[in-house]
Design a protein around this ligand. Structure first.
Ligand SMILES: [Zn+2]
Ligand SMILES: [Zn+2]
Length: 158
């Protein structure tokens, strides 16, 4: 192999390594969205925590016994479709974000706008993380019985 060919082969090898490194380092992305299909988001499968929240606000906002939520840095969630069709209840740094067309709850922006709490029911793909605790069990709906063995906290998980 002459010198030029060797250099080219080395270049291809380097490009392969870069491609493989990129594939390993780039996060797995999960799809989520509302039921009418108007809004679609992508979020990194890098959630920092996940809880089932039984607080009265989460129950009312979702119409459910509790809200399974998963927390992640805000910049790791991207609205891919329907960014102009969002119903934002609250302000830029603290809100519940829904689809304006069908009303589906998608996520909350929390903690001074730095994090989002994704409503896990809005995830289309299956995340790596599972809820690890029930929180705000002190305000749990009296008609709902927790039947799993996850730890329960009166308010925030400690
Ligand atoms: Zn919708
Ligand atoms: Zn809550």
């Amino acid at each position: 192999m002459n010198r030029r060919l060797r250099a080219r082969a080395a270049g291809v090898g380097r490009r392969c390594v870069v491609a493989v490194e990129r594939a390993i380092l780039s996060p797995v992305l999960l799809w989520g969205g509302c039921w009418c299909g108007g809004v679609r988001y992508r979020v990194a499968d890098e959630f920092l925590y996940a809880w089932n929240c039984h607080c009265s606000r989460c129950r009312a906002a979702t119409g459910s016994a509790f809200k399974p939520l998963a927390g992640i840095e805000r910049e790791k969630l991207e609205i891919v479709q329907g960014a102009d069709e969002l119903l934002v209840v609250g302000d830029d740094v603290l809100n519940d974000t829904r689809c304006a067309s069908c009303g589906s709850f998608l996520f909350s922006v929390v903690r001074d706008g730095a994090y989002v709490h994704v409503g896990m029911g809005s995830l289309i793909d299956v995340p790596s993380i599972l809820p690890t605790a029930h929180i705000f069990v002190g305000s749990k709906a009296p008609w709902f019985e927790i039947t799993d063995d996850l730890p329960q906290f009166e308010e925030y998980a400690s």
